[in-house]
Design a protein around this ligand. Structure first.
Ligand code: FAD
Ligand code: NAP
Length: 327
């Protein structure tokens, strides 16, 4: 618990590729930024394995890449703090952020790089079995299902990647998708269709996760899913011990959803070609603002842009303040 507010010219919130890249650029611009990591230091790439599209590395482990990014930002001079921002007041300057640690941060400018979080189907049975067979992270939980059958739901890159990764453990992986084609990259689809452990159930939505609820004294756990054909309504039960939800991510906009303009289902709106939000001095980068690309490299690119935009804004703002004080 700390009493005195920590003031900084630039506060970066988030430690994914956007946040760390903003840290590198802002440090090299001599802004002495503070970066608050949040509860997922390193961001989403820490829950994946091989990353094959980070330029310069044909293959790199996600967690390793993020450790290197953190070290790089630190080396350049970013002060990296293990804390989570619970509230942010953008109504006046300096902006005020409250950390879970009890620390208050005040900042002349803020870069929001809070990324995105896994989406869930919203079924009561999904909620009932979370942590008891239902997961949104194959890297974290795949190992528990060695030699067992697994179901993955979704049709994007995440679902295909998770399904392929899970074949390392499972006896069989069934991918259930609500349409008759995947939106994942073609190279990923090829790998999926060639894998003998994978079966795809097309045009089905998950009706319910079924399993033992533990009420009769036995262990609580998933035993299968009930899937419904989207046109005929026919029900198919697919047995499984692990059910992985991989249907995308929602922008982590909790801190700002009532303060900044949003669009496309909750993504922070920025002026096209910049990272400027609807409040001067507040910049947004990465998956928080990007409903289209959502890649590590695009997030890093936006982190760079945000630091440069913040530097320019601070220089102009500070010059105006100095001129006003001199009058
Ligand atoms: P994120 O990585 O989402 O990081 C957000 C950060 O904000 C976290 O550090 C979190 O702790 C912090 N935060 C959130 N709220 C707060 C708060 N209130 N206070 C403080 N901090 C906060 N992309 C690729 O290019 N290649 C891949 O191979 C690839 N594989 C992927 C595999 C999986 C399983 C997933 C889920 C995504 C994958 N992606 C991949 C997408 C990529 O991970 C994201 O595009 C990228 O991580 C987004 O970076 P970001 O910096 O915007 O945010
Ligand atoms: P995504 O591309 O948005 O795909 C989400 C998938 O889930 C879609 O197929 C969607 O179906 C399905 N879906 C959504 N809501 C559903 C629901 N309620 N019930 C059933 N299915 C539902 O999300 P993502 O796969 O997580 O990828 C997010 C971003 O990260 C993408 O830009 C992706 O390229 C990137 N990423 C990249 C890599 C890589 O490069 N290796 C790996 C992972 C992620 P529809 O198709 O019918 O809409």
């Amino acid at each position: 618990m700390s009493d005195a507010p920590r003031h900084t010219r630039l506060l970066i919130i988030g430690s994914g590729p956007a946040g760390y890249t903003a840290g590198v650029y802002a440090s090299r611009a001599m802004l002495n930024p503070i970066l608050v990591q949040g509860i997922q230091p390193g961001g989403q790439l820490t829950i994946t394995t091989d990353v094959e599209n980070w330029p310069g590395d044909a293959s790199v482990m996600g967690p390793d890449l993020m450790v290197r990014m953190e070290a790089h930002a630190k080396e350049m001079g970013t002060e990296i703090i293990s804390d989570h921002i619970q509230s942010l007041d953008l109504s006046k300057r300096p902006f005020v952020a409250e950390g879970d640690s009890g620390t208050t941060y005040t900042a002349d400018a803020v870069i929001l790089a809070t990324g995105a979080q896994a989406k869930w189907l919203g079924l009561p049975s999904e909620e009932q079995f979370k942590g008891f067979g239902v997961s949104a992270c194959a890297t974290c939980d795949g190992f528990f299902y060695r030699g067992q059958e697994i179901v993955v739901v979704g049709g994007g890159n995440t679902a295909v990647e998770e399904a392929l990764f899970l074949t390392n453990f499972a006896s069989k992986v069934t991918l259930i998708h609500r349409r008759d084609s995947l939106r994942a990259e073609k190279i990923m689809q090829d790998r999926l269709f060639k894998n003998p452990k994978v079966e795809v159930l097309w045009n089905h939505e998950i009706d319910a996760v079924i399993g033992a609820d533990g009420s009769t004294g036995g262990p609580r756990g998933v035993e299968g899913v009930r899937a419904r054909h989207v046109e005929t309504g026919a029900i198919t039960e697919v047995p499984c011990k692990g059910f992985f939800v991989a249907i995308g991510h929602a922008p982590a906009n909790d801190l700002v959803k009532d303060q900044l303009e949003l669009h496309n289902g909750g993504y922070v709106k920025v002026e096209p070609g910049t990272t400027r939000t609807s409040i001067p001095g507040v910049f947004a980068a990465g998956d928080l603002t990007d409903h289209v690309y959502r890649q590590a490299v695009t997030s890093a690119g936006m982190g760079c842009m945000a630091a440069l935009d913040a530097e320019k804004w601070l220089a102009e703002h500070e010059a105006e303040a100095t001129a006003a004080a001199a009058e």
